[in-house]
Design a protein around this ligand. Structure first.
Ligand SMILES: O=C(O)[C@@H](CO)OP(=O)(O)O
Length: 250
């Protein structure tokens, strides 16, 4: 059996990660700390001897920029890069822009955990007239307005990630290519759920830290045979816990 390598990477710290605000489809950039995290991720991938044949990312600049920094560190800026809105962060509906700790103070820890981490409960939707609705954004102009979300649960995020997985990413892996996917906390949680088969209860406790490469080895049928964070496992664990605690009241 030959194994195929897939690396999932969440973007480096963004301005709204720093400000602790729900982000979703808002196109905020990475901070200088986020850029340095991406450089470190690239160096780690290099140390592990990884080289990619193709890279995928979303249409949001925090992921695009992180991926560019990583590919630059690997001296692989030349490889094909495919961007798709299907790898975007889960749309956070009416929560986008709100402070996470303040949202907990208002709605309670349990409700906010349901919105952040449950499998099938979406946050309240964004108003269609909101200027931040994706139908007003030229990057989505080519798509059917009805297909553009005003909120998403993890389940509906997975529903729109999967066609892209099957049409684009999976064929590359089956062809033996080593693939990098640079995306977002929740679009990657959706993919993580699909690849590992974890249940709806377990996915509640999965938090993906920024810019720590998560390497999957897949069999010929693309079933995950192993997955691990590269680098120090304790550091990855601490970083995931910090993500889980972001909504705690100050
Ligand atoms: O705000 C968001 O879009 C995501 C990722 O940053 O946040 P959370 O970890 O709360 O799901």
């Amino acid at each position: 059996m030959s194994t195929r390598k897939l690396v999932l990477l969440r973007h480096g710290q963004s301005q709204w990660n720093l400000e602790n605000r729900f982000t979703g489809w808002v196109d905020v950039d990475i901070t200088e700390a986020g850029r340095l995290e991406a450089v470190a991720a690239g160096q780690l991938l290099k140390t592990e001897g990884l080289a990619f044949d193709v890279a995928y990312t979303s249409v949001l600049k925090r992921a695009i920029r992180t991926q560019n920094v990583v590919l630059e560190a690997l001296d692989q800026l030349w490889i094909p890069v495919i961007k798709s809105w299907r790898l975007n962060e889960r749309h956070y509906g009416a929560l986008q822009g709100l402070d996470k700790a303040e949202t907990t103070a208002k709605h309670g820890e349990e409700q906010v955990k349901i919105w952040r981490r449950s499998y099938d409960v979406p946050p309240p939707p964004m108003d269609a007239a909101d200027p931040g609705h994706p139908k007003h954004d030229p990057r989505y102009a080519a798509y059917d307005v009805n297909a553009l979300p005003a909120t998403e649960s993890l389940a509906t995020t997975l529903d729109r990630v999967l066609p892209f997985w099957h049409d684009a990413i999976a064929p590359d892996l089956k062809a033996g290519k080593t693939v990098l996917v640079t995306a977002h906390g929740n679009s990657l949680r959706a993919l993580y759920k699909y690849l590992t088969g974890v249940g709806e209860k377990e996915i509640l406790e999965i938090n993906i830290p920024t810019a720590i490469p998560l390497m999957f080895e897949l069999d010929d049928q693309l079933k995950a045979v192993s997955h691990r964070y590269l680098g120090d496992p304790e550091a990855a664990k601490r970083a995931a816990e910090a993500v889980a605690n972001q909504a705690k009241q100050k």
